[in-house]
Design a protein. Structure first.
Length: 424
């Protein structure tokens, strides 16, 4: 008797076939082996999930012990209580996660009889085996290395998943995204020791998730009454919402004066945004440690929190310098796209400059985050009445006249990088 397991093309369906001179034996063997394979794979998956749950329970116990030492009703106690709620929510999500679980589709698929031709079977087997083997290797290698769940992030990268931003248009899924960001904002409140705290948000490769998470956290903290500065430091982007507007590049190059005169205000009066400035193909020379430290020092003035949107860590070396100058770093992982190897390499590059990421934020591809969509406006420093362009130091140009219409057509960009509108 011979047994063979094969993939159905590029799909995740696995066929188990048994060949024997005894019809009953072949049928029984195929069903038995398929069931055993399913049980073994699912058992390993459940063991990995349980390991993650056990680690989370230990963290809850640690937080509960700390909570007992704090005065009831204090801000620290409230933050820890929120963190415990978040951890308990993670346990529920892990327990409910059924991704990558093998299921029986058809154990009794029937038996067929053939009269084999040794020569033909040998030739077909050789050709088919080579083709299927190559396809299986490509599919398995491509899928297996991509991170799809918080449990996989922990198991395969060693990073702590702090939040999972799921896709979906249902009301429950939208509420889930809001809750995930709110819990992450609570976690940052508890984790922050420096005041004001500088939090860098980065990713292994370019993804809209960095801008989404950075803007979402900044907006939420601003609604709580904190004065928040969102600082965009990715000078590689050529599709930024503020083309030509002075910003980080001008501060680093010494062409700008006070940082606060270049910020623009969001729809919330507590939220201000420092644009990236002029896009550059290789901005590495601008990001010296001394210049970045000076930029961060200016950013700390007059705010309670600074969120820094950085370039991708594997594609832009200057992102290391920005993260090293920050107090904490979040690593954004795109569900189903980011490879475990890339996330691990990004974490290692951060470690090279003395940065230990707080954890990972798993973001679904193409997700709609609940952020403001109103146009940002330049901060009025008292000069706008005489010269409406003075606060942003922009030449008079028609390029901005239709910025509002452009952003309406860019659903995701409008949610993350709010349009900056100037009028003649």
């Amino acid at each position: 008797m011979t047994l063979e397991a094969r993939l159905a093309g590029a799909s995740p369906i696995i066929y188990v076939e048994a060949t024997s001179s005894d019809r009953a034996a072949a049928e029984s063997a195929a069903s038995t082996v398929a069931a055993a394979f399913r049980t073994d794979v699912n058992a390993n998956r459940e063991a990995a999930k349980q390991g993650t749950i056990d680690l989370t329970h230990k963290e809850i116990d640690t937080q509960l012990a700390l909570l007992k030492t704090l005065p009831p009703g204090s801000s620290a106690a409230s933050s820890i209580t929120a963190a415990i709620g978040y951890l308990q929510g993670r346990i529920s999500d892990i327990q409910a996660d059924t991704s990558n679980q093998l299921q029986d589709l058809q154990l009794d698929a029937g038996v067929s009889s053939t009269k084999p031709s040794l020569l033909i079977n040998a030739a077909l087997g050789l050709i088919g085996g080579l083709i299927l083997g190559c396809l299986a290797a490509l599919v398995v290698a491509g899928v297996r290395d991509r991170l799809t769940s918080p449990a996989e992030v922990t198991e395969r990268t060693g990073l702590t998943p702090l939040a999972e931003i799921r896709a979906g248009d249902a009301v429950a899924m939208r509420q889930s995204r809001v809750q995930a960001l709110q819990r992450l904002a609570n976690f940052l409140t508890r984790a922050g020791s420096a005041k004001p705290m500088i939090v860098a948000v980065t990713a292994p490769h370019a993804t809209e998730g960095v801008a989404q998470v950075a803007f979402g956290l900044a907006s939420l903290r601003a609604t709580q009454g904190d004065r928040v500065l969102l600082m965009r430091t990715d000078l590689h982007r050529h599709d930024d919402a503020d083309p030509g507007r002075p910003g980080v590049s001008d501060v680093l190059d010494g062409r700008a004066g006070e940082l606060e005169r270049m910020t623009v205000a969001g729809s919330n009066p507590n939220l201000h945004i420092l644009p990236a400035g002029v896009a550059m193909s290789d901005p590495f020379e601008l990001f010296t440690p001394a210049r970045v430290e000076a930029l961060v020092t200016q950013a700390r003035g007059g705010v309670d929190l600074v969120i820094v949107e950085t370039a991708p860590i594997l594609d832009a070396a200057e992102a290391q310098t920005v993260c090293a100058a920050s107090d904490a770093t979040l690593l954004v992982v795109e569900a189903g796209k980011t490879k475990a190897g890339d996330a691990t390499q990004a974490s290692a590059l951060l470690d090279d400059v003395g940065v230990a990421p707080l954890g990972a934020v798993l973001v679904a591809d193409g997700v709609d985050l609940p952020t403001a969509t109103e146009p940002e406006r330049p901060i009025d420093d008292g000069t706008s009445a005489a010269d409406p362009e003075a606060t942003c130091r922009l030449p008079r140009t028609g390029a901005y006249e239709h910025a509002d219409d452009e952003h309406v057509g860019k659903k995701l960009s409008a949610l993350v990088r709010v349009g900056h509108v100037l009028r003649r």
